[in-house]
Design a protein. Structure first.
Length: 414
């Protein structure tokens, strides 16, 4: 049953376009930015620090996410966020290099505050305009757009960076971010009900969190969201270590960019094949395990072929992991939540904390132990959390034999 905020006619696949501004912006931070900084002679551990800083808005978004639930339509906030992101990254791109790191980081950070509005808007629209059955498909389409679009956009930026002035590349990047946002205007979304800007909003979120804690199924799902499993933190550092495998700009452009974008999208779309009644906690943990195995393939040898194959598998499994992350997140928020964008953003922000920590930790692993240290550091939490979830599932089956257990597949509930 749809809610009163229904935007009838919204198709799940449309979210692959609505999320593109965020995907291209984040894709820039994950691929062209570390690669171009490494080419400029910036150390990998410094790149990891910058990457952690520019992703901070994803953690703090809950502070301003209430904006998206009041005054303007969510589609309007999406457009505003995309345009702000486009301007910030357009100005920051010409500053990439060793001599303007602070100003560049500040501009990309400011753009991140804007692109977080895109995420909050898409999350709220997904929760409020789709049925639970449609939400699983929309989550996969959304991640396909975000991950695939980000990688393809990154490939375009790397290709252009080798051929035209930096200012022109920044302009193209801004246009790529801004244009898809206008698709949001096609959603027939009603105006929100009159409401104060922020008064009482955080109290409501607090009530929602307390309600979440009281329901075991939602509580266990939230714990998985904030665990260090399934972060895909190495995605943003693989371009920086490509040279250790003998892979140059062309290889990065294809492996992490053009072809990588297709692989990421395919991985995310694999989420549409997961039956809607399967337990989303188990499928999320299982996807994280496949991502860990892909990272370990990259450890076997430092050759171009290993980098290309390992990166393709890492991207494929990363797409699936993040699609299941969004599916789990939307399920936890629930269609009955009033301020869906705010609560969605708060949970997404909590899930972004381990990503930032793992990016920094992966960089520390490289600083201490080289490429192998980075990859083992990235894989270890996935292996550990998957083992814990698997053990908990077995204990649940043996001790409770309860069909309501959050760790039992839906096929056992039949």
């Amino acid at each position: 049953m749809r809610t009163t905020e229904d935007a009838r006619g919204t198709a799940p696949w449309l979210f692959s376009l609505l999320i593109l501004p965020l995907g291209i912006a984040v894709g820039f931070k994950f691929t062209p930015l570390p690669f171009l900084l490494a080419q400029a002679g910036v150390p990998v551990y410094r790149i990891a620090t910058i990457a952690s800083i520019v992703h901070l808005p994803a953690v703090l978004v809950f502070l301003w996410a209430p904006l998206v639930d009041v005054k303007l339509r969510r589609r309007s906030w999406l457009l505003i966020g995309a345009l702000g992101t486009a301007v910030g990254q357009c100005l920051a791109f010409p500053l990439i290099g060793a001599s303007h790191l602070k100003l560049m980081t500040a501009l990309i950070l400011a753009a991140g505050f804007a692109d977080s509005l895109v995420m909050a808007s898409c999350g709220g629209l997904m929760v409020k305009t789709l049925t639970p059955a449609e939400q699983g498909k929309a989550s996969a389409w959304s991640e396909a757009g975000q991950l695939g679009g980000g990688a393809l956009g990154g490939a375009v930026v790397i290709w252009l960076a080798a051929r035209v002035p930096a200012a022109a590349v920044g302009l193209v990047l801004g246009i790529l971010i801004a244009l898809p946002a206008f698709v949001a205007l096609t959603i027939a979304e009603p105006l929100p009900a009159p409401s104060p800007w922020f008064r009482g909003r955080f109290t409501m979120v607090g009530k929602e969190i307390r309600a979440l804690v009281r329901v075991p199924q939602r509580r266990w799902g939230a714990l998985l969201l904030i665990s260090p499993a399934g972060t895909g933190a190495a995605l943003g550092l693989l371009p920086a270590i490509a040279s250790h495998y003998g892979v140059g700009a062309a290889g990065v452009m294809w492996a992490n960019g053009a072809a990588g974008g297709v692989v990421l999208a395919l991985g995310a779309l694999c989420g549409t094949l997961v039956p809607g009644d399967w337990d989303r906690r188990l499928t999320y943990a299982g996807a994280a395990l496949t991502n860990a195995l892909a990272a370990l393939i990259l450890i076997t040898a430092q050759r171009p072929s290993v980098y290309l194959v390992g990166t393709a598998l890492y991207l494929l499994t990363n797409g699936l992991v993040w699609a299941r992350f969004v599916a789990l997140l939307v399920e936890i928020v629930g269609t009955e939540t009033r301020d869906a964008s705010t609560f969605y953003s708060a949970l997404n922000a909590a899930g972004a904390i381990p990503l930032l920590f793992m990016i920094w930790l992966d960089g520390f692993g490289f600083h201490k132990f080289g490429v192998r240290g980075l990859l083992w550091t990235d894989a270890a939490p996935n292996l550990l959390i998957c083992a814990i979830v698997g053990a908990a599932s077995m204990i649940w089956r043996i001790r409770l034999r309860s069909p309501s257990s959050p760790f039992v597949l839906a096929t056992e509930r039949r």
